[in-house]
Design a protein around this ligand. Structure first.
Ligand code: AMP
Ligand code: ZN
Length: 114
């Protein structure tokens, strides 16, 4: 989508710190980190929110979680603990309407989230 921030990032139109890329996914450093590790795992396919996922996206979602595990191991937050967050809809804090998963770690996490 031409007016989507993450589609622009995926197309290379906006500079980011990319930490992983394959044919389905990119992972980047969040520009406004909320923890020592704060990565965004983003499917290349434009899907606005988790509500728009279909049965065709089953593999994609699996790949995202496997990617998160790999990145958590690389960042050495796999044993201390990490959080994978998807904000779905504005009321939950979603600001970019191209589905993405935050990978957060490197500090103690509290519950419930704000
Ligand atoms: P959400 O609020 O769940 O939709 O998450 C959107 C995330 O995108 C926020 O954590 C922002 O800090 C992050 N973000 C926005 N613009 C950029 C950018 N140009 N590069 C990297 N991260 C970004
Ligand atoms: Zn998009």
């Amino acid at each position: 989508m031409s007016d989507c921030l993450f589609c622009k990032i995926i197309n290379g139109d906006i500079p980011v710190t990319k930490v992983f890329e394959d044919e389905l996914i990119i992972a980047i450093e969040d520009i406004n980190p909320q923890a020592p590790t704060h990565l965004l795992i983003i499917p290349k396919k434009h899907i606005a929110t988790a509500l728009e996922l279909s049965s065709k996206d089953r593999q994609l979602i699996g790949e995202i979680f496997l990617c998160a595990n790999k990145l958590a191991e690389e960042r050495k937050i796999d044993q201390s603990g990490f959080r994978i967050v998807n904000n779905c809809q504005e009321g939950a804090g979603q600001t970019v309407f191209h589905i993405h998963f935050h990978l957060l770690g490197g500090r103690p996490m509290t519950w419930p989230p704000g």
